[in-house]
Design a binder for this molecule. Structure first.
Ligand code: PGA
Length: 251
């Protein structure tokens, strides 16, 4: 399995013109990487225009992801975006349950589960984000929190042929510049794997676990080499083309 390097642009950059500039630079430097799969998750309004650039000559191998979706197929849900809409603009991956949505927008494990089931139902690949807060870590609740996020998030997911990615993102490491040691991430990934095995049995081997939280060109590779993660979810550093390309090239 090729490592996945996923860029989460969050609510950036401020204009389509800036997004096109950033994307063009990433396409030039990392658009045809052979050893890794590069996925870019821009804000919704930028996805279709950028996929036009991705497919313009010379074509790139960059794959598009969305940062969220709604679970209903269509109807009176003001402001929401469906999986069918995403599919129609060639999106392949969807980030589900990012900690910013859990904590700033009160997304519960139940909501996250509905989104995840809708995503899998539409044959999109969900990137389920899980992670403990600093308080939960300090009070020894990490294992309990992660288990709950996984069990509730993956409730009713078919054990057969469900494609998904699990992203371990400790909340205390997101956007803070603080990042865990590779030993810590390794120990968590063993725990996550065990939990996945309880749910999926042998199928677990097909579920990549990736790491996110203050990833940059200096620490990215260690999470793959030492912590045995199968990819990276990159926030801040994905907004600087040179830095993101470096992360991709290092892997
Ligand atoms: P960060 O964000 O790299 O800026 O810490 C990661 C994420 O939120 O996915």
């Amino acid at each position: 399995m090729k490592p996945l390097i996923i860029a989460n642009w969050k609510m950036n950059p401020a204009t389509l013109a800036k997004a096109k500039k950033l994307f063009s630079a990433v396409k030039k430097g990392a658009g045809n990487s052979k050893n890794v799969k590069v996925v870019i998750c821009p804000p919704f309004p930028y996805i279709a225009p950028l996929s036009g650039i991705a497919n313009a000559q010379p074509k790139s191998k960059i794959i598009f992801g969305a940062q969220d979706c709604f679970w209903q197929a269509k109807g009176a849900f003001t402001g929401e975006v469906s999986t069918a809409m995403l599919k129609s603009i060639k999106v392949k991956y969807v980030i589900i349950g990012h900690s910013e949505r859990r904590h700033l927008l009160n997304e519960t494990n139940e909501i996250i589960n509905k989104k995840l089931l809708a995503t899998i139902g539409a044959k999109l690949i969900p990137i389920l984000c899980v992670g403990e807060t600093e308080y939960e870590k300090k009070s020894g609740k990490t294992k309990h929190v992660l288990k709950k996020q996984i069990d509730a998030g993956l409730k009713d997911v078919s054990k057969q042929n469900s494609k998904l990615i699990l992203a371990y993102e400790p909340v205390w490491a997101i956007g803070t510049g603080k990042h865990p040691t590779s030993e810590y991430v390794r120990s968590i990934s063993i725990l996550l794997n065990r939990e996945l095995k309880n749910i999926f049995g042998k199928q677990t081997n097909k579920i990549p676990i990736i790491y996110g939280g203050s990833v940059n060109s200096k620490n990215g590779l260690t999470y793959i080499e030492k912590a045995k993660m199968q990819g990276l979810l990159v926030g801040n550093a994905s907004l600087k083309a040179k830095e993101f390309i470096k992360i991709v090239k290092n892997v």
